[in-house]
Write a protein that binds this ligand. Structure first.
Ligand SMILES: [Zn+2]
Ligand SMILES: [Zn+2]
Length: 376
């Protein structure tokens, strides 16, 4: 269905003109354009969340010179709801009419809002509206065809396998990342390093805890070798939270304005934060479970390969083989048992420890195996 058909449809539904801002424009003003219908309402929260994304897409595509026009079909209950919603939109609308949206939604098979329907020969068919597609890919989704969707999914798959860091981290002419102090670092400088993509947000308490662990690991690896870098992928709710967060970070971040943040979440299927995806020196994905590796083994886990983790675990088992199951220490009245707590603070040297400890079942008392003074 092209613009010719939509004009006929509108005319037969009694639509005599369209609205642009506060002005009436003739139906012929959409001649020769790619037309998309946007079904939405001011009272609908998902509509209000989606609408700004659509405004951004519209302005991006228009700036690129795409011949696209959106026509808003209001599901509002009254004229004032319509006006309030429409004033946020830079595109056209059909005049508000409480019955019209019912007829048009029936005609176009619209069962929910928001619904975004590109009209054209090769575009997604009417049963598949493009809202989810646009949420996932932004302006990259244009021209909203099945072919385009398949091409983008194939590109995601290639990026997931990895190998081309610049394709993964640079975007739309931006070939740099920024440091916590705002310094620009070229993505090309990271090629050849082991990279951790850290997904997190300021509002998330487990992220704060993990950030502290990650900073420790990062600093440790940075003083000994310069082949590891962390790239922070913010899921912060706004720019202020993002700023607060990045100021405390010693590594590089993806600029907040850039949709690479959303792209990376989609490509690596990030469902919860904090998350750490590890890429090897060749840019290929090593693991999406970097968080557990860092929490357990810290800098020892470098370069985070399966064989390195096996090495660590074998060494730990060996260490345990050389230790008694339980001991009696001179400093403590109860018997202490060999355990593997996640982390502990040694009650003798007061330093933090991980892995093997001699712990008391009765009280909160832990010792490094090396801090034991056995009582015979
Ligand atoms: Zn100790
Ligand atoms: Zn005790």
């Amino acid at each position: 269905m092209g613009s010719g058909n939509i004009r006929t449809t509108f005319a037969s539904e009694g639509v005599e003109f369209l609205i642009s801002g506060e002005e009436k424009v003739p139906l012929s003003s959409v001649n020769g354009k790619m037309i998309c219908l946007f079904f939405s309402a001011n009272w609908c929260r998902p509509c209000k969340n989606f609408s700004p994304q659509l405004v951004q897409l519209y302005s991006t595509l228009r700036t690129m010179g795409e011949n696209l026009e959106i026509i808003f079909v209001s599901f509002d209950r009254d004229e004032s709801g319509f006006s309030e919603h429409f004033k946020t939109m830079p595109w056209l609308a059909v005049p508000f009419n409480v019955n019209l949206h019912k007829r048009l939604s029936k005609l176009y098979n619209v069962h929910h809002i928001p619904s975004f329907l590109p009209l054209g020969s090769d575009v997604c068919q009417v049963e598949e509206d493009a809202v989810g597609f646009i949420e996932d890919y932004g302006a990259d989704a244009f021209p909203f065809t099945k072919k385009r969707k398949e091409a983008l999914k194939a590109m995601d798959e290639v990026k997931l396998q990895g190998g081309k860091l610049e394709e993964l981290l640079a975007h739309g002419g931006r070939n740099y990342l920024v440091s916590g102090h705002g310094r620009k670092i070229l993505v090309s400088e990271l090629v050849g390093k082991t990279i951790g993509l850290y997904f997190g947000a300021h509002w998330c308490p487990p992220c704060q805890t993990f950030s502290a662990q990650l900073i420790e690991t990062y600093n440790e690896l940075h003083t000994t070798r310069d082949c590891f870098e962390i790239v922070f992928v913010s899921t912060d709710r706004d720019h202020d939270e993002f700023d607060l967060n990045m100021r405390k970070m010693p590594w590089v971040v993806i600029p907040y304005e850039d949709r690479t943040r959303q792209d990376l979440c989609r490509i690596f299927d990030i469902k919860e934060i904090p998350a750490l995806v590890l890429l090897g020196w060749d840019g290929k994905t090593i693991s999406t479970k970097g968080r557990a590796m860092i929490s357990l083994y810290g800098a020892d886990a470098f370069p985070f390969t399966e064989s390195r983790i096996e090495e660590i675990e074998t060494a730990l088992r060996k260490e345990a083989d050389g230790l008694p199951r339980q001991i009696k220490d001179q400093k403590h009245q109860h018997v202490l048992k060999l355990e593997m707590p996640k982390t502990f603070v040694c009650d003798s040297c007061k330093k933090r420890g991980s892995f093997w400890a001699f712990s008391c079942d009765i009280c909160d008392y832990d010792l490094h195996p090396t801090c034991v003074q056995q009582e015979f």
